[in-house]
Design a binder for this molecule. Sequence first.
Ligand code: PAF
Length: 274
Amino acid sequence: MQVIDTITEWRQALLQCRTQCKSGGPIGLVPTMGALHAGHASLIDAAAKDGNEAVAVTIFVNPLQFGHNEDLSRYPRTLDDDLALAEAHGATHVFTPSQDEMYPRPALTTVTVRDLTVDWEGPTRPGHFDGVATVVAKLFNQAGPCRAYFGEKDYQQLCVIRRMAADLEFPVDVIGCPTVREPDGLALSSRNRFLDAEQRTRAATIYKALQAGAAAFERGDDPVPCMTPDAELIYAAAVDPDTLQPYTSQSTIRLLIAARLGPTRLIDNLEVTR
Ligand code: PAF
């Protein structure tokens, strides 16, 4: 596994891989901010299983997607463990650029995906999706044609990235991968490590709230009033899976939820069809 920290070498390594590979097959790109857990491992596994010639993981804690009230320095950094996990799951290349490498000058150019970013995570995290769309656009540009793997756990982010890639004609196939859960249903997240034992127990009720909403939708009721976790609810919504607007008569919808346990804010979502 090659570990690379400059954009020039990263481009060269992936180009070399693309041109020298016998099948000329695609690159599987797995963008992350590190603190890798089994959810990320499932993305790397998916990229490896899809027969990509290179499984290219990026690890970059992107300052542009942190709001003024969000502590960038508190974000867990576990590079040695991350590299070990990436290699164990079949990564062939890992990109670990510094902030200066990714942002050598203040970014005057940023990417905004309108409409999809207005609701849900948007209002509580101003600028967050611009930061995500901008860094992912840069990562796509650096990697070139590829398949890129993202978790459905951050469903709004996945929709934003899909739309950005389509609108800007990136030669990238954006692939959403299923959320990985703990046995009690809690979605894996790098934020789970901030929960104390009592909060961790209550955090499982976030998924239970989604399941209650799904059951209500399946029997023809409004799902939202049933989505009541044992945590401070920030929002619960039932939306069209593409537009993220409240659903009207669709038969397949996405339930979205965000809740706070102490200082830790968790999100989750579930697809449901009736
Ligand atoms: O989901 C994440 O880890 C990040 O938002 C991403 C997509 C890697 C962009 O920094």
